[in-house]
Design a protein around this ligand. Sequence first.
Ligand code: ADP
Length: 402
Amino acid sequence: MPNPGLVLILNCGSSSLKFAALDPFSGEEYLSGQADALGSSGAVLNWRYCSEDNSQPLSPSDDCESVIGWLVERFDGTWLGLKARLLAIGHRVVHGGELFADSVLIDQQVLTAIRSCCELAPLHNPAALQGIQTALIAFPQVPQAAVFDTAFHQGMPDYAYLYALPYRLYQDHHIRRYGMHGSSHRYIAERSAELLGKPTTEANVISAHLGNGASIAAIKGGHSVDTSMGLTPLEGLVMGSRCGDLDPGLLLHLGESLDYSLAELEQLLNKESGLLGLSGLSNDCRELEEAMENGHEGARLALEVFCYRLAKYIAAYTVPLRRVSALAFTGGIGENSSWVRHRTISWLSALGYQLNQERNEATRFGAEGLISKAGTLDIFVIPTREDWVIARDAARLASEVR
Ligand code: ADP
């Protein structure tokens, strides 16, 4: 049996750490897992290895360093095969600011540059940095790469990334739109082109990544030319508990008339809004669909706002693309909710989008394929593979130093 090389992917958040080991060439996953609620009494580690699911509680003092230490022990011991096969480690880093338009091998200069982007992602980048520094010590022989959520969107034109604020805020403080979910949108653009039978450079794709966080991107010939998230992941579509686009005057009103503090605003916009806030029930699309079927008015309203906003963005992205080759749905909601896809597309028939209802119903739970009516604009469902994109980048960069 062949013994392929593997890439370990690490995604360190403020209270979680996700990991996976996969073959960068075939995409086959050997290990995946997640430590959640780190720093609390409910901290837990779940993992899947050799098709077996496992779980163990963690102590409140465990942090990302402990989980990476746990990985090193397993790689050295019970999972002996893995360490010898490690080609590279790929770190998911949320914000690369304007400093990174591509993935890079990590060295001291890169660490300093990632640190300088911390003010743009104060919750995410420090956690990623901690993970990188720990992994550099834990796996000193293995080349390590940083793959940025923002990098794919760095080629957006200035008229798409600038806010209509005084230009000095951009010049002096880097305040502009950056976009996120870059690895997912990149994968969707490439996979859509494959499904269309065209080179990526000839496909104009609208990629709708709909998960707890949601964003949409207009991708022209493999390059992102616009996307819905901005300086932060709050802008754009309605999300699980994030509000998406708002009138900025509303924030002034909340502060001045209702005495919201900055901390309360942050909590409101990030944690209490979106599907959760509108429905008063849940941030979870599946739960809302069930509730809607049972007559819950808040659930219906939340899902309607979600689909209407999404449809408006899809229509708007005809502007930068001019000629759309395909629309693709991905992320937990995009891959699984035939209702959301149906409701969204029902707003867009004037633009040439129509669903094949049977295919729409059938293409869920990991299935991939075309769900549009013959002779209308192509609409795909594509399960995203962000980890695979990270693994491919890390393996490519590692091979360049060997
Ligand atoms: P994250 O952004 O956390 O990675 P995911 O991409 O996993 O999120 O997406 C989570 C969302 O996908 C949740 O709202 C969940 O309800 C939704 N989802 C998953 N399966 C289904 C389904 N069968 N029907 C509708 N929504 C679903």
